[in-house]
Design a protein around this ligand. Structure first.
Ligand SMILES: Cc1cc2nc3c(=O)[nH]c(=O)nc-3n(C[C@H](O)[C@H](O)[C@H](O)COP(=O)(O)OP(=O)(O)OC[C@H]3O[C@@H](n4cnc5c(N)ncnc54)[C@H](O)[C@@H]3O)c2cc1C
Length: 467
C-alpha cells in the first residue's frame, strides 16, 4: 500500500466528513469540467474540486493559447460537451472574436477570461457543485475501493466520501495516492519539456501579415528564430514559433520555447520551471520586438500561473493503448471516443528532435473505456492526459478536445454506476455508448449506432501547429 493511503478508521477518527456526493471529480481542467457536467446531467449529485480559483487547467492556468483540432481534417470527431463548450466560448467572446472564428474547429484561440466564465456557468448550470482553492492530498482505502479522500483548504482538512471517484488531476494524483501502478515519461524517465505560455498586447497584425505574405508563409518566421539562435538572441531548441494564437488583432498568445528536465509532480521542479520560464519569456519578448515585424511595440500582459506540463504519470489500466493501435486506427468494442490528433512528442532536451506522426485525413482510432480503469481499484476512474497508454499515444491523446471526450465518458459512467451501486467495471458498455451518442458524442460509424449519419459542418484546418 502506498504510504499516503491511510485506513478509513485512522482518518475518520481525526477528521470530519465534509461532503458526501455520489460522484467527486478531482481537477477542473478540460477533463474534469466535462466529467462533472456529464455526471451531473446524468443525475448524479456531483462535486468538482479544483486547487485553483477557476476552471480550465492548462488551458487557463498555464495560458495554453489554443484548442487543438476537434476534427479529423474532414469532419468534427470531438463533439458533445467539448464541442459545445468551444462554441459557447466563441459566442461569449464578443462579435469580433465570433466573426473571426465562427467556422473554425481546429486551433481556435483561447480567450482566457471568457473561457473561465463559460466553464463556471456550464458546470454550475449542469447542477454540479464547485469547490475551489481545495487540494485532494490523501486517499482512504477499503480493499479495492476508495472509501474517502482527504481535502485541504482554508477551512481546514476534511474527508469527502463519495460513491465514485474521478481522477481528472492531469497527473493521476488520486491513482498514485491509492497505489495504482504508473509510468512516468520514457524508458529513461525522460519527459516532454514544459512551456511557460504568455499573452502579449500591442501587436500590429496588418504589418505582421504583410511580412508573412512578402516572405513566404511560416518559413519567414522559422528564419527569424534560426537567425536569432545563431546570433545568441534565443537559446537552442525549438526551431519555430509555433502556438501563436490571435486572440484579437493586437493580443497574441504564445506557446513558444521549452524548459527541460521538469517533472510536474515535483514542487521543486515546478518552482524552478516557473522562474526559468519567466526569464525565457523576457528573452523571447526582446527577440519578438527585434526580429518580427508587427511586434516592435509589444507589451507582456500575463504569463501562466504555472509552467505548462505536457506529461507526467500514465496509469496502468485494464488496457494500454499503444502506438500500433494508433497507426492501425483500431476500433474497440468499448470505445468511448475517437482520436485523430497527431503524435506530438516535444523534444526532451535541446538537442533531440520532436516526434510527429499524423493519421490520414478523415481517419481516427478508438479510445477504449478500459484505458481509464486503473488496475486494482473498483470505484476510481482516471481520465485525461494520464490514462493508460504508451508514451507516443500519450503524445496524441493529451490535448484538450480529447480530454473533454474522455471526461464526458468518465462522468457518464460514474453517474450510471452511482445508480446501480457497482464499480466502474460493472457499467454496461453498450448502455454507456448509447448514452454518449445520445448526448452528442461521436464514436465513429459503428454498426447499429444511430450516429452513422455524418455531421455536416467541417472545420477548416488552417495550419498544423504543435501543442
Ligand atoms: C505548453 C502546452 C501547450 C499545449 N498546447 C495545447 C494546445 O494548443 N491545444 C490543446 O488542446 N492542448 C494543448 N496542450 C495539452 C493540454 O493543455 C493538456 O494536456 C490538457 O489541458 C490536459 O487536461 P486535463 O484536464 O487532463 O489536465 P489539466 O489541464 O492539467 O487540469 C488538471 C486540473 O486539476 C487540478 N488539480 C491537479 N491536482 C489536483 C489536486 N490534487 N487537487 C485539486 N486539484 C488538482 C489542476 O489545478 C488543474 O486545474 C498543451 C499543453 C501544454 C503544457
Amino acid at each position: 500500500m502506498n504510504k499516503q493511503a491511510l485506513t478509513t478508521i485512522t482518518i475518520t477518527s481525526e477528521l470530519q466528513v465534509s461532503h458526501t456526493p455520489d460522484v467527486v471529480v478531482i481537477g477542473g481542467g478540460a477533463t474534469g469540467i466535462a466529467a462533472a457536467i456529464a455526471a451531473a446531467r446524468n443525475g448524479a449529485n456531483t462535486l468538482l474540486i479544483e486547487q485553483r480559483g477557476y476552471l480550465g487547467g492548462m488551458g487557463t492556468a498555464a495560458l495554453v493559447p489554443a484548442f487543438c483540432p476537434y476534427t479529423d481534417g474532414e469532419k468534427p470527431i470531438i463533439r458533445g460537451i467539448g464541442l459545445d463548450l468551444l462554441e459557447k466560448m466563441k459566442q461569449a467572446a464578443g462579435d469580433k472574436f465570433l466573426n473571426s472564428y465562427k467556422d473554425l474547429l481546429d486551433w481556435v484561440p483561447i480567450d482566457v477570461e471568457t473561457l473561465k466564465r463559460v466553464y463556471d456557468k456550464e458546470v454550475l448550470d449542469s447542477g454540479a457543485q464547485l469547490l475551489f482553492h481545495t487540494v485532494a492530498d490523501q486517499v482512504l482505502l477499503d480493499g479495492d475501493r476508495i472509501s474517502g479522500i482527504v481535502i485541504s483548504n482554508k477551512s481546514g482538512r476534511s474527508v469527502v466520501q463519495a460513491k465514485l471517484y474521478i481522477d481528472a488531476s492531469g497527473d493521476a494524483d488520486l491513482a498514485a495516492l491509492a497505489g495504482v501502478p504508473f509510468q512516468t515519461g520514457g524508458e529513461q524517465g525522460e519527459l516532454q519539456p514544459g512551456t511557460m505560455c504568455y499573452l502579449v498586447s500591442g501587436v500590429d497584425k496588418a504589418r505582421f501579415e504583410q511580412f508573412i505574405e512578402q516572405s513566404g508563409q511560416g518559413k519567414s518566421l522559422e528564419k527569424t528564430v534560426v537567425e536569432a539562435q545563431l546570433n545568441g538572441d534565443l537559446p537552442e531548441g525549438r526551431k519555430r514559433i509555433s502556438g501563436m494564437a490571435w486572440i484579437t488583432d493586437s493580443v497574441v498568445g504564445f506557446n513558444f520555447g521549452h524548459i527541460f528536465g521538469i517533472d510536474g509532480t515535483k514542487a521543486e521542479d515546478l518552482t524552478r520551471a516557473a522562474i526559468e520560464g519567466r526569464v525565457l519569456i523576457d528573452v523571447q519578448i526582446q527577440f519578438l520586438r527585434k526580429y518580427v515585424p508587427g511586434f516592435e511595440n509589444i507589451h507582456l500582459v500575463h504569463s501562466g500561473d504555472q509552467i505548462g506540463i505536457r506529461e507526467t504519470r500514465r496509469i496502468a489500466g485494464d488496457y494500454t493503448l499503444v502506438v500500433d493501435d494508433f497507426i492501425s486506427m483500431r476500433t474497440f468494442e468499448d470505445d468511448i471516443a475517437r482520436n485523430a490528433y497527431f503524435i506530438d512528442i516535444h523534444l526532451a532536451n535541446a538537442n533531440s528532435t520532436m516526434v510527429i506522426k499524423h493519421l490520414p485525413k478523415g481517419q481516427s482510432h478508438g479510445v477504449p473505456y478500459r484505458c481509464m480503469l486503473p488496475q486494482g481499484k473498483s470505484n476510481l476512474i482516471v481520465a485525461g492526459r494520464s490514462v493508460s497508454s504508451d508514451r507516443p499515444v500519450q503524445g496524441s491523446l493529451r490535448v484538450m478536445p480529447n480530454c473533454f471526450a474522455m471526461g464526458q465518458a468518465a462522468g457518464t459512467a460514474a453517474a450510471m454506476a452511482s445508480v446501480t451501486g457497482g464499480g466502474f467495471r460493472e457499467v454496461s458498455i453498450p448502455e454507456l455508448q448509447r448514452k454518449l451518442v445520445e448526448q452528442g458524442a461521436w464514436l465513429g460509424e459503428r454498426p447499429g449506432h444511430a450516429d452513422a449519419v455524418a455531421v455536416g459542418a467541417s472545420g477548416k484546418v488552417e495550419f498544423d501547429d504543435e501543442a
